[in-house]
Design a protein around this ligand. Structure first.
Ligand SMILES: *[C@@H]1O[C@H](CO)[C@@H](O)[C@H](O)[C@H]1NC(C)=O
Ligand SMILES: *[C@@H]1O[C@H](CO)[C@@H](O)[C@H](O)[C@H]1NC(C)=O
Ligand SMILES: *[C@@H]1O[C@H](CO)[C@@H](O)[C@H](O)[C@H]1NC(C)=O
Ligand SMILES: *[C@@H]1O[C@H](CO)[C@@H](O)[C@H](O)[C@H]1NC(C)=O
Length: 439
């Protein structure tokens, strides 16, 4: 049983690596010692890059499911090799473990890709009306799931989907690379995610989720390949990751207009730290779909280069919901069209039934200790006339341009500014009572 011995050794090295890493620990349980172990090969898989392994993944996961977590759950070992497959589901009490040199690669034959229901908080597919394609790796209603390895790769081969999007031949909303839905106690770590058809990693309606030490890659011209989108999820921690994609690197969301409002599930209790990356849109974003609300978010130590926008908080009339108690600090930004944007007029609507008079509340957003160079315009903060963005605090925010830098431009906003360069807009300097905004 040489493979089993190897598996046990990997499991142990995985454990010690996870124990040594700091600060998301406690948000989700530590990696358990799985009592059983299944290799994809023993489920009939072939890692030759040509054989389709959809049935092998389904068989392996079904075996794990039948054990129902007996003896601490089961590890599914994906050996080195290229494992071509269609989309597949995960189950509870499992670890999906990609060995060094293991690549799980999505088939580019999209003809039998299953459709699933739209998310109730979106009312329809995010891109197109109706259902949406299931994610390449999908986990619904799970507990105790680890998706990890030795820097193995999950490759979406998304170009076939990007082309359909560009040619407008896409029938339904594209699949994510990995979605965990209505799940709790999950960790995603030590993997490379690349070339997702659409958003890369999408925890939605989840709690107690850790994402650590991942690399997320997609070309800068690939459409809507957000790195990590947290959606209506609570108690989530993301750290120590590198993300370079074609859209926002990390965004926090919570549903879309009337569907998100009636579903009413906020994203809250979120910590993000030590993220490095690059891309044509935002480094850290909230929105624009925030109808269930976003609160209690702390982001620190972002190291961003060649961005569209450093930090972008976006919402719209008709969204409702709230964005409050957000702190972003210790950010370096080298190269961006805008350092900071906080916008009340971004993003479309799911259908004609949204109520444009339902306005979002944006309150208590602190951005501090930010340093940027090669920035074209410092910032744009545009609230909504009947819902002024309040307690917006900029503290020790310094942006420099290559030659001259565009100024801060603001409207419908109140707050404070301390030690900001170039000099902040009068909306932030003229407000009295700036005690909430200090170093
Ligand atoms: C995934 O699981 C769902 C049930 O949650 C099932 O309906 C669906 O057929 C499964 N899809 C695949 C591709 O196994
Ligand atoms: C992060 O991932 C790399 C590549 O897999 C690995 O060598 C390293 O040990 C991981 N770090 C931690 C803290 O797990
Ligand atoms: C993990 O893989 C990514 C992508 O190939 C690479 O950039 C990174 O350096 C690797 N990390 C380690 C520790 O091997
Ligand atoms: C604001 O959010 C932080 C977490 O980022 C939390 O510790 C704090 O209690 C929250 N404050 C309020 C007033 O809710």
């Amino acid at each position: 049983m040489p493979l089993c011995v190897l598996g046990a050794a990997l499991l142990l090295s995985g454990l010690s690596a996870a124990a040594a890493q700091g600060t998301c620990s406690g948000v989700a349980p530590a990696p358990p010692r799985r009592g059983a172990w299944v290799s994809l090969t023993s489920a009939g898989g072939r890692g030759d890059g040509r054989t389709l392994n959809t049935a092998a993944f389904a068989r392996a996961v079904a075996r794990i499911e039948r054990r129902r977590g007996a003896r601490g759950g089961t590890l599914l070992y994906v050996p080195p090799g290229v494992w071509l497959t269609g989309p597949f589901n995960l189950t509870s009490h499992m670890t999906l473990f990609l060995a060094r040199g293991a690549v799980i690669r999505a088939t580019q034959d999209t003809s039998n890709w299953p459709l699933i229901h739209p998310l109730p908080s979106y009312g329809r597919g995010r891109e197109l009306p109706g259902g949406r394609y299931m994610s390449f790796i999908q986990g619904n209603g799970l507990q105790d799931v680890f998706i990890t390895g030795e820097n193995g790769t999950i490759d979406g081969q998304g170009s076939v989907w990007w082309d359909m999007w560009k040619k407008r031949t896409l029938p339904f909303t594209r699949p994510h690379l990995l979605e965990l839905m209505s799940s709790t106690d999950g960790t995603i770590s030590n993997l490379v995610f690349q070339d997702s058809p659409f958003w890369n990693i999408h925890p939605v309606y989840c709690s107690n989720i850790v994402i650590t030490n991942v690399t997320v890659l997609a070309p800068h011209d690939s459409p809507n390949t957000d790195g990590i989108d947290l959606d209506s999820s609570s108690n989530v921690c993301i750290e120590d990751s590198y993300i370079s994609t074609g859209d926002d690197l990390i965004s926090i969301k919570s549903g879309w207009d009337e569907y998100g409002i009636s579903f009413g599930r906020p994203s809250s209790g979120i910590t993000i730290r030590r993220i490095t990356g690059s891309g044509p849109f935002a480094g850290f974003a909230i929105g624009s779909e925030t109808s269930g609300g976003v609160e209690n978010v702390q982001v620190e130590h972002l190291n961003l280069f060649n961005m569209g926008v450093g930090i972008h908080i976006k919402t719209n009339s008709g969204r409702g919901g709230f964005i409050r108690n957000i702190t972003v600090s210790e950010v370096t930004l080298d190269g961006a069209r805008y350092g900071v944007r906080i916008s009340g007029d971004v993003g479309g609507h799911p259908d004609a039934s949204y109520n444009p008079n339902v306005l979002p509340v944006v309150d208590s957003v602190t951005i501090k200790n930010v340093w940027g160079q090669n920035i074209r315009q410092a910032g744009l903060i545009r609230g909504i006339r009947n819902s002024v963005f309040s307690h917006i605090c900029l503290s020790n925010v310094k942006f420099h341009g290559a030659a001259s830098i565009g100024p801060w431009k603001c409207r419908a906003v109140s707050g404070g500014a301390l030690d900001v360069q170039p000099s902040p807009c009068t909306e932030l300097t003229s407000t009295s009572g700036t005690g909430f905004c200090s170093g």
